[in-house]
Design a protein around this ligand. Sequence first.
Ligand code: B3K
Ligand code: ZN
Length: 829
Amino acid sequence: MDAPQTLAPAVTRRADYRPPDWLVPDVALEFDLDPVRTRVRARLSVTRSTPDAPLRLDGAGQVPLAVRVDGVAINDWRLDGDQLVIPLPGDAHLVETEVEIAPEQNTQLMGLYASNGILCTQCEAEGFRRITYFPDRPDVLSRYTVRMTADAQRFPVLLANGDPVARGDAGDGRHWAEWRDPFPKPSYLFALVAGDLQPNRGSFTTMSGRAVELAIWVRAADLSRTDHALHALKLAMAWDERTYGREYDLDVFNIVAVDDFNFGAMENKGLNVFNSRYILADPDTATDADYDAIATVVAHEYFHNWSGNRVTCRDWFQLSLKEGFTVYRDQGFSADQGSAAVKRIEDIRTLRAAQFPEDAGPLAHPIRPDSYQEISNFYTATVYNKGAEVVRMIATMLGPQRFRTACDLYFDRFDGTAATCEDFVRSMEFGGGVDLSRFRRWYEQAGTPRVSASVEHRDGRATLRLAQRVPATPGQHDGQPAGEPMVLPLCLKLFGAQTGRALIEERLHLLDEANQTLVFDGVGERPVLSINRGFSAPVIIDSDRTAADLAFLSRHDDDPVARHEAMQQLMLDTLVAGAVEGRADHDAVIDAVSATLAEPGLDPAFIAEAVLLPSEAFVGDQLAVVDPEAIAAAREALRRTLGRRLEAQWREAYDGARAPYAYTPAAKGLRRLRNVALGYLSASGADDWARLAFTQFGAADNMTDRQAALSTLANGEAPEAEGERVAALDIFYQRYRDNPLVLDKWFGTQALSTRTDTAVTVAELIHHRDFTLANPNRARSVLGGFGVNQRAFHAADGAGYRLLADQLIALDRLNPQTAAKLLPPLARW
Ligand code: B3K
Ligand code: ZN
């Protein structure tokens, strides 16, 4: 009798790791490519590591058309679930399989699939098994040879990993190409692309003088929008040489952009495949934020060539080994392209918006989880962004030189292998000459630590009392006592409340006990505490600083990140008071914002960040009981007062922050400040705000200004601005309806609108003729935007939850990974 079918997927545990029974040093793949039916022949040279074990190859429901061992067809293979089990007598064999797959039917976008006539692959984490039978785990490293045959007209370009070897005519209008990748790699890094593509070519000469041919492949119509990505790639290659001593290793580096992609991009060896939204840009269609994101993602995927590909992961529990480290590396790259402080402020905002709620909710997990049912669900803000913070803390504790030595050691030691987080930490210890035994808790423990800090000042002595608390969370490591103290590197400084002088210079304090007291003598005036400067640890600070202290720091702290934090805390406290008590004193915030706007010489990009209010969601995260309406009302009230009381300053900023369009840090900062000012002018209710916004919308020579004006109008609720709102949305739609990436903005802007009828609008948008769940970007533009729109999504009648749930149930059938990625709003408890 068959075993009863159960719905619960099997659990994979980190503690159960066993090395593979068989290795596959060499693979040769042959693809007879066709969107309807593709035939895949695989030749695996396998070598035994475990006596007696049969060879088990992962599959995903295919049935092998043929199995041969050492050239002879065999019949004694069997299927065990999705695995193909082949008994093998010796220690080394050549195993051949043949399967057929249907790329056009592949709506999951994992494995080999079709996107607008392009055939492409996505294999991480477990997509390779949807292409052919293989030990689809990251610790089986193989050298790949790939031969593709396809219709020469529909698929003139045939790309795979590594370097091109040969190509030729295959008769019947078909042609073939062969590629070879000399670097052993796990199957998740395999890729091929076939399509009618055009290259934007460039070249890069590496630090040892080797020339690398670069190409970004897109459809002909998109070619003019690839220069920025190509430029970013060259910057990233040079940066990784300079900063980490990492040189590129193949003769070619190819990037392909496709429209249907489950996430941002993929670091396949020598052949990155990208979501087109992280490649295509020109001033008319992409915002400054898009330009920045493109550079970051291009760099991120390129950096994986070392942190991910040359040194890969032993198993998927080690995902943060490559992702946390690579995010840390891309953050460093982006910081070096413009204002490092503004970049850090943005990264902290992302961490708070996406990771802190995850850490506080039912899906909390450590950066190195202990078990999973579905690994695709672990590509989380925790593994990526908190993982990056953990690497950052190590770098802070080691300092730049020792961190670099430790990274060199790590890359040297583990090059060509599948490593673990433990290998990384040990390299940091040896290379950096530190003991990280207790720091390792960051890899084991979920939840955001809270630090409370209070300062007492008496008789020239300042006493700083620090206490930490680590919440027990559902992600708790088995057997780990809840709330064990963590090692928290906290950057500190004390300022004099009267003079503004530094009373105690900046120092790094390692808080590694539940409670600690620090005593500073010779403190002649009342000290104001600046703590967690640079956001040196990803924690929540509860301090006894008064509104006056925070206002003081928001003007005088010499660390821009701490200065921004002080302003945010001041605003947050005001908003919480407003939401909970229904009224609040706005004066301290107004004075602080006014002073920031008026400070001569301050970077406009910084000003723009500093004067922005915390999001409604972030205010909600401070409260045990969240009332979305009250929060929205409190925030709107503060925006309105800020708008009205500082109207003259907003106008001055709006008129003063003009510059001809250029994608430079300075011009970007001015655009940002101008558009933030426009937002406040609209909040002020000034008579002319809609006219200002509509004029900017029509006259803009770049998407940053156009989209900002559109959002301002789309948020507008005043009846007298209704004409401009409707007209702008219509003009935008007509102008960009044929550009899917810009149309995503049109959908997204409406889903993010602060208007009270947004839930109704979103319900209409999902019936719009241009809406489809089949394209992940389009699904995300509406459902992703709506999910983070706190007031609209959490509407009291539950309509928001119903709408998202219905859409995700439908999307889950088509594309479970993209559906799962849109789920987090439902997990904010
Ligand atoms: N490594 C890929 C992510 C793959 C996600 C698989 N579910 C892109 C990146 O992080 O660089
Ligand atoms: Zn990555």
